[in-house]
Design a protein around this ligand. Structure first.
Ligand code: GP9
Ligand code: MN
Length: 631
């Protein structure tokens, strides 16, 4: 029978190994496949990787080819297998840094029986066949390739790989830039390309870190001292939330334009509108995220640093030293937890949350997620809050808890039986759908408030709700113009970056709508001040939103900014109040000019801090986090 086999060994190995890898992805790893395109990419990528590696054999002498193919198959299989053992324990893929965390392998060792199964031997079936073929067929399946033969083989391998990458990029735009999730990477480009990506990203990060030294910190410390920590925090709000639970709700894709607005005469967010009447509401509060979307908003809010320009900082700098709120408040007796029913490795959260000092992450595996209670990306928000309450009740008090909603996520599709407002009617399905999922989230948050009240947690808590980033991108401006019944200029694009910020303090009757400008970067100093935790030696780029002594601008990642008087975007200076372009007489400087450099230098300082992992050198003073303001 062996006599009948005529295909070259590298091709047979590619097919066998590719097929095995596909079977492992599809049936052994728990990768979620949502559509046929994803299914196809998952099928294609194992063959793409296998072909690229095994076809290198054509550049070798026949004898060496056999050795190369055999050991490439063996090593490749071992890589898959070690990942599988790791995955069985951590439901995640190996990262370069995790290889150096020996505690992980300790964990693996203690449960070896659960990780290694008898039938795993079948995962090496392809290797066994390849070894047998190499042995039994003598040199029949290997030959010396001519130049054109080599080129043809490589062209085939590269085309399959390119097809794979192009399809992956279509399925997940900016996959490599943003990283997203190890599961996404493996699903789209395969385990081996994921490992290459991981090694490149981590090496780049490590090199930057090694090259950085303490001296770089000076400029940053000076800037922060001169421009930020010298500002007075609000004395009126200082300590108002001392020893209270702090509950954050990160409201997915919630933009300010829906607040107090209607769709076909119906309020879109009736609950939030009511709540605003009983809370501090910041109506000129801007989202400042970049490629990392939700994770960027989390990063900004917890650290008061800017997101990175070219990557998701959660993904590329998840193991830096930070001085985030969860860590700071630990010394004040706080327990911290995040609640988010998505895969824990999405945005590298499982790694980053440790660096931020979170005590507990209630990710998808803590929830009962079924087809019936899923909307779009995962567990629907109502179930999410429902199922979270028992965990919230059980954690130590006072706590700092962050809830990240999911239902109001692009493409905002919802079963019509669950929709309590109409769809909009425009050329954009995204905008048309948006109102329904926003309403759903509004109802879910309302339900959560009720549950907080009935569990008795409400009175001892302050609740902060903010929109994480835009939901409707500029791409949908035509439809937006129709909905808002106005032309959308670059100025309006900036104004549409406003997201609601609601600070609700149960029992307080000093509630108002505040029109001062502010951004996500300001939340850390604001909240710490409310908690009565002084923060003088910290390195932050935001100032207390309740204070009148504030930094004069809200910066966006691309250098655009908003100040009290102006909105600067696309190189144009607008009056903030009117949205009119500022007329600049010939020879005079634009009034937007002076702040432009301040904005850029602040962004650069924040980047340097992250790239160099400079917090490791910063001296937080004697009372690193325990200082309390003198009365
Ligand atoms: C994913 C959720 C949504 O876990 O936070 O992420 P996004 O796509 O908005 O960044
Ligand atoms: Mn989001």
């Amino acid at each position: 029978m062996l006599q009948r086999i005529k295909w070259p060994l590298f091709l047979i190995a590619s097919l066998l190994f590719g097929l095995k890898t596909y079977i492992v992805y599809r049936f052994i790893f728990d990768l979620s496949i949502e559509n046929t395109m994803q299914e196809f990419i998952l099928f294609l990528n194992p063959f793409a990787s296998a072909l690229i590696v095994f076809s290198l054999a054509v550049f070798m002498k026949p004898k060496t080819q056999k050795t190369f193919i055999k050991y490439a198959a063996l090593i490749g299989s071992l890589i898959i297998y070690v990942n599988l053992a790791y995955y069985r324990n951590f439901t995640d893929f190996i990262t370069l840094p995790s290889l150096f965390q020996f505690k992980n392998f300790g964990d693996l060792g203690s449960s070896a029986s659960a990780l290694v199964k008898f039938w795993d031997i079948f995962l090496f079936l392809d290797v066994i066949i390849i070894f047998l073929l190499a042995w039994k067929t003598k040199d029949r399946l290997v030959k010396q390739y001519k130049r054109t033969g080599k080129l043809q083989v490589m062209a085939l391998a590269c085309s399959v790989l390119i097809a794979n990458i192009v399809l992956a990029e279509i399925e997940r735009p900016n996959l490599f830039l943003r990283g997203f999730d190890r599961e996404y990477l493996v699903k789209n480009v395969g385990l081996f390309n994921y490992h290459i990506y991981d090694v490149v990203i981590n090496s780049k990060t490590k090199v930057q870190r090694v090259l950085a030294d303490e001296s770089e910190l000076e400029g940053i410390e000076e800037h922060v001292k001169a421009n930020i920590s010298s500002k007075e925090a609000s004395s009126e709000m200082f300590g108002i939330a001392k020893d209270k639970n702090v509950i954050y709700i990160s409201a997915e894709s919630l933009q300010s334009f829906v607040i107090n607005n209607t769709i076909n005469g119906e309020e879109i967010t009736p609950f939030l509108n009511d709540l605003i009447g009983d809370s501090y509401y910041f109506e000129n509060f801007y989202q400042q995220t970049n490629l990392g979307k939700t994770s960027d908003s989390e990063f900004i809010v917890e650290n008061s640093l800017y997101p990175l320009p070219n990557s998701s900082v959660f993904f590329t700098h998840g193991q830096n030293e930070y001085h985030a709120v969860p860590e700071i408040i630990k010394d004040h007796g706080y327990y911290s937890a995040v609640f988010h029913s998505n895969n824990k490795s999405f945005w590298n959260r499982d790694v980053m949350y440790e660096s931020l000092g979170y005590d507990q992450f209630y990710s998808e595996s803590f929830y009962n997620v079924t087809e019936e209670n899923t909307i779009g990306w995962g567990l629907n928000d109502k179930e999410f809050f429902d199922q979270s309450i028992k965990y919230l009740e059980s954690i130590p008090k006072p706590f700092y808890a962050k809830f990240i909603t999911l239902t109001n996520h692009h493409p905002f599709e919802i079963d019509q039986s669950l929709a309590n407002v109409d769809k909009y009617d425009s050329n954009s399905n995204t905008l048309n759908n948006y109102f329904q999922t926003v309403r759903y989230m509004d109802e879910a948050i309302e339900g959560f408030f009720e549950e907080l009240k009935s569990s008795g947690l409400y009175e001892d808590s302050i609740i902060i709700i903010y929109g994480d980033h835009y939901g409707i991108s500029e791409y949908h401006n035509k439809a937006m113009e129709k909905y808002l019944d106005q032309e959308i200029t670059p100025y309006d694009n900036i104004q549409l970056q406003r997201v609601p910020l609601i600070v609700h303090i149960p029992g307080s009757d000093d509630d108002r709508t505040i029109d001062k400008i502010g951004g996500q970067i300001d939340l850390k100093p604001t909240v710490l001040n409310m908690m009565g935790i002084e923060n003088d030696e910290d390195l932050v780029f935001g100032t207390d939103l309740f204070s009148d002594d504030r930094k004069p601008f809200v910066a966006f990642r691309n250098g655009d900014y908003v100040s009290d008087d102006y909105v600067y975007t696309e190189g144009i200076c607008y009056e903030r109040e009117t949205g009119n372009e500022v007329e600049i007489p010939d020879g005079e400087e634009s009034p937007c000019e002076p702040l432009k450099d301040d904005v850029l230098s602040e962004l650069t300082l924040s980047d340097d801090l992250i790239y160099g992992d400079l917090f490791r050198f910063h001296d937080f003073g004697e009372n690193k986090t325990t200082g309390t303001k003198e009365e």
